[in-house]
Design a protein. Structure first.
Length: 177
């Protein structure tokens, strides 16, 4: 697939109504800490989360689509106020269908960020498929844009900065004091 330049990528955000995000490897560095009792911990990037909140305040719908069910993900998304959280299904395209219908939006108005083989099917369905810099080559081969930053290292913020720029919005104006 032909790659968009950064400026073309910024321009595409004018039409996008929903950003769907994978979690492991996109919002995290793809690592998980397990304790002896099975307790799970993940490291989320704070700047990614901050920009997710600002983007939601600006009117962008955010959805989480993760193949793994994780209490850590549920807790983090609740903390951020993300209301569309879908976990535990390997067919991510099916996970997104209820919100797509609820919001009455076409696939062409959806951006999706992934990093792995499980993300290819959904990436092929949306209007703006994105991979993080350290994604699998198979996913990179089918997306329109690849971030400069790695998953868990500010890739989501990088993407959302382009959303704000493309819509001529100042993210600072969505900070609530």
């Amino acid at each position: 697939m032909a790659r968009l330049t950064r400026q073309e990528f910024v321009e595409k955000w004018k039409d996008i109504k929903l950003l769907a995000l994978d979690v492991d490897g996109v919002m995290t560095d793809d690592g998980i800490f397990f304790g002896p009792d099975g307790f799970e911990m993940k490291k989320f990037n704070i700047s990614d989360g901050f920009f997710i909140v600002l983007a939601m305040r600006a009117g962008l719908e955010i959805a989480i689509v993760s193949g793994r069910r994780s209490p850590a993900t549920e807790t983090r998304m609740k903390d951020l106020g993300v209301k569309h959280v879908f976990q535990g299904y390997h067919h991510k395209s099916k996970m997104l269908e209820p919100i797509r219908q609820e919001l009455n939006i076409d696939h062409s108005l959806i951006a999706f960020v992934g990093n792995e083989l499980l993300d290819i099917e959904l990436a092929k369905m949306v209007g703006l498929p994105i991979a993080v810099a350290d994604a699998s080559q198979e996913l990179i081969d089918v997306v329109s844009y690849v971030t400069e930053k790695r998953g868990g290292d500010g890739a989501v913020r990088e993407i959302l900065e382009c959303y704000f720029e493309g819509n001529n919005l100042d993210p600072k104006s969505f900070i609530v004091g």
